[in-house]
Design a protein around this ligand. Structure first.
Ligand code: GAR
Length: 210
């Protein structure tokens, strides 16, 4: 089967969604490795519980970002994935490490990109008075949260919404979005071409709406 490695930094609910879909037979992938920059990440325990090999690599013991990312991505590459999935991996990645995975690394981001790259996306959407929020899955390029968007989910921002409430409501849609995108890529239906995302070889105009 198609082989993936998942990078996380925390809770790992998106990772769990991938595991659940895979175990239910709805996602024909093998999860080779779950790697984290934080040894205490709850998601590592979720991977262990599912019998998936884990790797925790602490950035503090490396002199700089480039050497950490080189070490991390070398280890991930050694596991042999077809695709790297960033699922709540909360670090900027060195462009040299990104370059080796062009078209073979995706990220889930909790905003309707190109709106709100970076952090505190729910808070920023509410503060801006937006009535619609969402999440995006995109191919990773050297530009932070700036790679070609594959698909998005939308949900309304409700009167009185707090960042936490909005994030919580968005989460299960994220899970559906991420599983769908990984399944499509695993099936070879979605690829990254020179001019952007391709669906069965044809340019994707607007991001898919799920
Ligand atoms: C998710 O909401 C994901 O979209 C976000 O972190 C959360 C991880 O949750 N990612 C980013 O903000 C990336 N910059 P999880 O650990 O439960 O999957």
């Amino acid at each position: 089967p198609f082989r993936i490695a998942v990078l996380i930094s925390g809770r790992g609910s998106n990772l769990q969604a991938l595991i659940d879909a895979q175990q239910a037979g709805a996602l024909p992938v093998e999860i080779l490795l779950v790697a984290s920059n934080k040894a205490t990440a709850e998601g590592l325990r979720k991977a262990e519980a599912a019998g998936i090999p884990t790797l925790a690599l602490d950035p503090a013991v490396y002199p700089d970002r480039a050497s950490y990312d080189h070490a991390l991505f070398s280890r991930v590459a050694a596991s042999g994935p077809d695709l790297i999935v960033l699922a709540g991996f909360m670090r900027i990645i060195d462009p040299a490490a990104v370059a080796g995975w062009h078209g073979r690394m995706i990220n889930i981001h909790p905003s309707l990109l190109p709106k709100y790259p970076g952090l505190k996306t729910h808070q920023r959407a509410i503060a801006a008075g937006d009535t619609v929020h969402g999440a995006s899955v995109h191919f990773v390029t050297a530009e932070l949260d700036g790679g070609p968007v594959i698909a998005q989910v939308e949900l309304p921002i409700l009167p009185g919404d707090t960042p936490d409430a909005l994030a919580e409501r968005l989460l299960r849609h994220e899970h559906r979005l991420l599983c769908h995108c990984v399944a499509q890529i695993a099936a070879g239906r979605i690829t990254l071409g020179d001019s952007g995302v391709l669906v069965e070889g044809q340019p994707l105009g607007e991001p898919l709406r799920l």
